[in-house]
Design a protein around this ligand. Sequence first.
Ligand code: AMP
Ligand code: FE
Ligand code: FE
Ligand code: ZN
Length: 278
Amino acid sequence: MLIDLHAHSTASDGTDTPAGLVAAAAAAGVEVLAITDHDTTAGWAAASAEARRTGVLLVPGAEITCRADGVSVHLLSYLHDPGHTELASVLAGSRTVRLQRARRMTELLSRDHPITWDDVLAQAASGATVGRPHVADALVAVGVVSSRDEAFATVLGDGSPYVLGLGAPHPVDGVRLVRSAGGVPVIAHCLASSRGRVVTEDVLEAMVEAGMGGVEVDHRDHSPSERVRLRAFAAQHGLLTTGSSDYHGTGKRNRLGENSTPRESLERIFALATGLEV
Ligand code: AMP
Ligand code: FE
Ligand code: FE
Ligand code: ZN
């Protein structure tokens, strides 16, 4: 059974609409798909309508931006109550902070490159969670770079003077918040050293203590040895493990269904969740 628990739509930085994402998953043979846009649940309704039409089992989720000691941490949440006031307000706050940061980064870029804020806004769907990928798309549109990949390899990479940090909640608070909203928190691609500095084992253990449900192990940014370490950590702490694509449409090379989650892990997610009936 092909179970892909991490994918993005135009509600954040993917290039398929929420319905298009589900249709693409069905076409790729994915039977269970989680929609996990950055800091928003805006894609859930359209995705779930398309899931009913195509027979895909949709797991509503989100990828919550967190930060620990300057290290970016992405926390997946499955099946939380989207009406939970505190979680909804933290996500709304992150979207606002992201918008301000993208605007400031665009100002910095515009000193050296022919890019305007309107160029960036033109790349994001209305109400979408804005991030570096939209700035990258604007740089492609005005001809500064030829692809998102090239943008991330140059002006938009970590450490670039044009790239600003992103204030975000601590992942331990993120885990508590997801649990209090009835969701199941699973940390995304947490040992992916190819993405930059990774979270410390101390933070991971504190997240487990706070109620983290699982870890995403099979992700293309994890090396074989990182997967071995993470599976051992999960076994030691009784965590479920997932495998996912982190699909972003044409914005990244990741293909739907390129990794899959064991059925047993999906069942544990359903058993742990109290926020939402599917
Ligand atoms: P931000 O959250 O605004 O800092 O942007 C990070 C986002 O950029 C993540 O969601 C990644 O999926 C995306 N990203 C990182 N590297 C690349 C890349 N090489 N090409 C396309 N998207 C990328
Ligand atoms: Fe993304
Ligand atoms: Fe992520
Ligand atoms: Zn993601």
